[in-house]
Design a protein around this ligand. Structure first.
Ligand SMILES: Cc1cc2nc3c(=O)[nH]c(=O)nc-3n(C[C@H](O)[C@H](O)[C@H](O)COP(=O)(O)O)c2cc1C
Length: 475
């Protein structure tokens, strides 16, 4: 005891300049010596603060927006109820809506260690484009309900982040307006196609030609919406497009003048352009539906419920753009789409908005990968596989790629970030997801996408995914 107290007395009676000699490692000692002899060195610039949002009305939103759940909670407090409900909705009892993230969580990672990961990059290439990460903005309808700049803001944020954006047929900014909104025409843009029936097929054809002319580099043909899913919140809210907004791709086939789409909206309000080009009736989808969801009524009236693989062959006669078929959950459907000329598929249950009870996309992924990437001898060339539905974290992106996907589509989180922070919000969301993906790769021992260690993912039933054969039925 006496020895210990002597030691303390001795240390604390040391002249200050000797303290550094007792401190930590040599770098730390040198820093202390410098502080003692020259004073505190000029401090390093502080790390950039995480994106924070001050709500316009000071209503007390969370200050730190760190993940998709933060953005969603903040968006719920700023969006009108019927808009929030429309974006958040799932079909029927929302069992698939709950199952999508649960299935992702039930897939576990077996990280490799002692793998040099200092130079890890999440960058990839997809359909000939370089991407900062294997993340693509999913098509979501009517983004101007979330923010006045809507689709234009999303396109700018995606281009700045180095990620592709998929524009919905049901956008509230025209496809030409979105292309023109990105400075210098940069960024990668894909166009999602709903195929209309009867005489309106001509409008679909015009959309394909316009998308190609405006520099979109892929078509995403949505195959899982022969009829609209039953989203009861929309029925209860009598959901329709808010006044002043229109489905801008149908405001006339001529390219608009206003790069943000404003002129199109104005022209329509004056009663002119909406009738041009045969698209006016479609643009007015909110035409008075007594009760129920205006969108569902519109969809049921307009969409071609008889879509088949013939449609892929028909599109191939119109365009040389690669065609991705979205909404595939089975290996046999994937194989049929590829045989008909698709360049790939998006494994998707439409964010759980169509068939409730549908399997989760992560469950369906391996079988579809098998069909698309390992076609039978004499079959179509291998294609690309994308996946969406509940992907929120870098670890989710990693799981998808380890199961064979080329990229993940991101739906609702983009709408939440757009509603809360406009373009800056979407930029912050995408930036953090790219960072998360890189961190997940490093922690799992994945220096790049072509060096994913075998056996990284464990299936919910406990089998290692790479060792569990996909059976003949694609399961
Ligand atoms: C509000 C909303 C609108 C959507 N609109 C479309 C659409 O116009 N076309 C389409 O193919 N898919 C559409 N989807 C489905 C998305 O493209 C995507 O499949 C789904 O949102 C992915 O799931 P996640 O939201 O959990 O990420 C929409 C989804 C939401 C949430």
């Amino acid at each position: 005891m006496r020895i210990v107290s002597k030691y303390y007395t001795c240390v604390f009676s040391l002249p200050l300049f000797l303290i550094p000699l007792f401190v930590g490692n040599s770098a730390e000692r040198q820093r202390w010596v410098a502080i003692m002899t020259q004073g505190e060195p000029p401090s390093r610039p502080p790390p950039p603060a995480p994106f924070s949002f001050t709500p316009p009305d000071g209503s007390g939103l969370p200050r730190l927006m760190l993940n998709a759940a933060d953005w969603q909670a903040a968006a719920e407090s700023v969006l009108p109820r019927s808009v929030y409900d429309y974006y958040a909705a799932g079909a029927d009892d929302r069992t698939t809506l709950a199952a999508n993230p649960a299935a992702l969580a039930a897939h576990r990672l077996r990280p490799r260690v002692l793998v040099p990961v200092g130079g890890t990059s999440p960058a990839t290439t997809l359909l000939g484009s370089s991407l900062a990460a294997p993340i693509v903005i999913a098509p979501t309808a009517m983004q101007r309900m979330a923010h006045p700049e809507g689709e234009a803001a999303v396109a700018r944020a995606a281009a700045a982040a180095g990620l592709p954006m998929t524009l919905s047929t049901m956008a509230t900014t025209s496809l030409e307006g979105v292309a023109a909104a990105v400075p210098g025409g940069g960024g990668v843009r894909w166009f999602q196609l709903y195929v209309f029936r009867g005489p309106a097929r001509a409008t679909t054809e015009a959309l394909v030609r316009r998308a190609e002319a405006a520099g979109y580099t892929a078509l995403v043909l949505t195959a899982d919406a022969p009829v609209y899913g039953n989203r009861e919140a929309d029925v209860r809210n009598g959901f329709s497009l808010p006044p002043g907004l229109r489905l801008a791709n149908f405001m006339g086939d001529a390219p608009p003048q206003d790069e943000e789409g404003g002129a199109e909206q104005g022209a329509d309000e004056e009663g002119g352009a909406a009738a041009a080009g045969g698209g006016g009736a479609i643009a007015d989808m909110d035409a008075s539906v007594a009760g129920g969801s205006g969108l569902a009524a519109f969809g049921d009236a307009m969409l071609d419920a008889d879509l088949s693989t013939d449609c892929i062959a028909w599109l191939r006669t119109l365009t040389s753009l690669p065609i991705l078929v979205k909404g595939v959950l089975r290996a046999d459907d994937a194989a049929a789409a590829m045989a008909a000329g698709a360049a790939g598929v998006v494994v998707s249950n439409h964010g759980a908005r169509q068939l409730d009870g549908a399997v989760t996309s992560v469950m369906a992924l391996r079988g579809v990968v098998e069909a698309v990437k390992r076609p039978p001898p004499g079959g179509p060339p291998p294609g690309v596989v994308l996946v969406d539905g509940g992907f929120r974290r870098g670890t989710d992106v990693l799981k998808a790629l380890a199961l064979g996907a080329d990229a993940v589509l991101l739906g609702r989180p983009v709408l939440w970030a757009l509603a809360v922070g406009g373009q800056a919000g979407v930029a912050a969301l995408l930036g953090s997801l790219i960072d998360e993906t890189r961190r997940a790769m490093m922690l799992a021992g994945v220096p790049s996408w072509d060096r994913i260690p075998p056996g990284l993912v464990v299936l919910p039933d406990g089998r290692i995914a790479d060792d569990a054969p996909v059976d003949a039925s694609g399961w």
